[in-house]
Write a protein that binds this ligand. Structure first.
Ligand SMILES: [Zn+2]
Length: 310
């Protein structure tokens, strides 16, 4: 593996997973939960919690004190509070990596690649990329051509990421009518094959459930390519993307946690839960997330029986 700045160094604290009673490490995707809350508020709430890692959005909007324009300063503020950026979510406008119009596809590639420098500077371990956007449907007949175009985009992005010294993780997509590329982890494995050790998978549990895929089996399929997570729940309707707190939807979490143990997942477990109400609801949602994390960890405090985390 190429040496990468910002790569999490494994310590005793991060040796978690299979047949261990050591606690997991956790992270939170900031924007879906806290939205427009200011940096000081978010940092003070997080620094008092068991959340150690953050995912920041690279959307070109005024988010988290415009961190993209001052990534080193942002990293310093977080470090002072005992926090660290684990992942950066690539910008929304850079998601259409399989667009049939070459000019639009290459524009999406450029926008995604433009987030790499800030991600590296803020000390992130990995940039998460979506491989396509939500459309009314993805006709089955266009599946392989769409995959081929996406592959071309990812070849460029893999090279650019390598140049910047950052890892990239392609996220599994929600289900849509027809056959949406990337809604099966096998598609992602095909798309990233042989692109390098710095290219892997971000597994979103809610997308998988919303695509009616077997969530735990998909984690095992991601296996050694599983770089990072978006843990969240959905109500189980095909195409739903609720980003509920785990346990508040239809995903069977004991099997998900078991699958993470099975693939010896040792990176921060990033929760990507969405507050759709407002700032006051954000704090309530965050408290419920912390309650869940404590519940998962307290199940590890006793004699861990495999598969009985929840
Ligand atoms: Zn996600």
């Amino acid at each position: 593996m190429i040496p990468l700045p910002g790569t999490l160094v494994k310590t005793d604290d991060t040796e978690i997973g299979v047949k261990t009673t050591k606690k997991s490490i956790y992270g939170l995707s900031v924007r879906p939960c806290f939205a427009d809350l200011d940096v000081d508020t978010v940092v003070s709430v997080l620094s008092d919690s068991c959340i150690e890692f953050l995912e920041l959005s690279a959307d070109e909007i005024d988010f988290f004190g415009n961190w993209r324009t001052r990534p080193r300063e942002t990293a310093g503020i977080l470090e002072d509070a005992g926090l660290k950026v684990w992942s950066v979510h690539g910008p929304r406008t850079g998601w259409d990596l399989g667009n049939a119009e070459d000019a639009l596809r290459t524009k999406a590639v450029e926008i995604s690649a433009n987030s790499f420098a800030a991600a590296t500077a803020v000390g992130a371990n990995v940039v998460v990329l979506h491989c396509n956007i939500r459309r009314p449907d993805y006709p089955e007949s266009g599946f392989f051509e769409h995959m081929a175009r996406t592959r071309r985009s990812l070849e460029t992005l893999a090279a650019r990421a390598h140049d910047q010294g950052i890892r990239i993780a392609v996220e599994n997509m929600n289900g849509l009518p027809g056959r949406r590329p990337g809604s099966d982890v096998q598609d992602i494995r095909t798309l990233i094959e042989d692109l390098g050790d710095h290219v892997g998978i971000c597994f979103d549990t809610g997308h998988s459930n919303g695509a009616h895929m077997p969530v735990a089996d998909q984690i095992r399929l991601a296996g050694d390519k599983l770089f990072t997570l978006h843990l969240n729940d959905t109500g189980g309707v095909f195409g739903s993307d609720d980003h509920f707190i785990p346990g508040e939807g239809t995903i069977e979490w004991s099997s998900v946690l078991q699958a993470l143990d099975d693939v010896q997942f040792q990176s921060p477990r990033i929760l990507e839960v969405k507050n759709r109400i407002g700032p006051t609801a954000a704090m309530d949602m965050f408290r419920r997330v912390i309650g869940l994390v404590h519940q998962w960890d307290s199940d590890l405090d006793g004699d861990l029986v495999q598969g009985t985390h929840v």
